[in-house]
Design a protein around this ligand. Structure first.
Ligand SMILES: [Zn+2]
Length: 239
């Protein structure tokens, strides 16, 4: 049984044509976005991206449902390439699509594998990440919740031809893992002329390292005390 959606699903040829049309329009209007690697993305480019997608793929459904749906570029978002966030139970619905500048600005040579597609450039990868977040926005608008269920996958496949929700874009965590650094790794790092040794408890743009310290403010279950340090990943060495 095929469900009736408030927007028609495009065929594969249309998906490619519309995506290419949106990409061309955004590149023509924003020099920073054209650069390799991408230098900057104007706020107007983010809004144009939303309104073009809404018009070409959703027949205006998203703007009818959300009114305004802010699209922002975050350099602090390092754990994901994009994120759909909403406030539960708010009327009118408050939601936002956050795109990670941290991801985008580090992408250089394609092709990139994401959401089951292979895309050639960083700019196209950015669009395909955005498409994934749009599917979350649409699923939430239609059903009041969103995740990576079968329902989500068939929506993402019908709208954009996505066959997966994963990507191979380099994350801070995967880059650190390539250098043998994982949460739980023993590491040392220089600090005020000394070398401290501890255990990694988080990896983002910087790593959090817990260092045994009798006067530290953190205590584990066995009562041992630690001090917490935020350390640039480049300064860490395997301990
Ligand atoms: Zn998702």
């Amino acid at each position: 049984m095929r469900e009736v959606l408030p927007f028609p699903l495009p065929d594969p040829g249309e998906i490619r044509r519309c995506r290419a049309q949106i990409l061309a329009a955004l590149l023509a209007a924003d020099e920073g976005f054209c650069a390799v690697p991408v230098k900057s993305v104007r706020r107007s480019t983010l809004q144009a991206m939303l309104s073009l997608y809404d018009r070409l793929f959703f027949g205006g459904f998203l703007s009818r449902f959300y009114g305004t749906l802010p699209v922002t570029l975050s350099t602090r978002l390092t754990s994901a390439a994009g994120k759909f966030v909403y406030t539960r139970g708010s009327t009118p619905v408050k939601a936002e699509i956050r795109m990670s500048g941290d991801f985008l600005f580090r992408l250089t040579d394609g092709p990139f594998q994401l959401n089951g597609l292979s895309v050639a450039t960083a700019q196209e990868a950015f669009l395909v990440v955005f498409e994934h977040e749009l599917c979350h926005a649409a699923e939430f608008a239609l059903y009041g919740s969103t995740g990576h269920s079968q329902r989500f996958l068939s929506l993402a496949n019908g709208l954009f031809g996505h066959t997966d929700t994963r990507h191979s874009l380099p994350t801070r965590r995967s880059e650190a893992a390539e250098n043998g650094l994982l949460v739980g790794s023993r590491v040392c790092f220089p600090y005020e002329g000394r070398t401290l040794t501890g255990t990694v408890s988080y990896i983002g743009k910087t790593a959090t390292v817990m260092v045994p310290d009798a006067r530290g403010g953190y205590r584990d279950r066995r009562g041992r005390r630690y001090a917490k340090y935020r350390v640039p990943v480049a300064l860490l060495q395997k301990g």
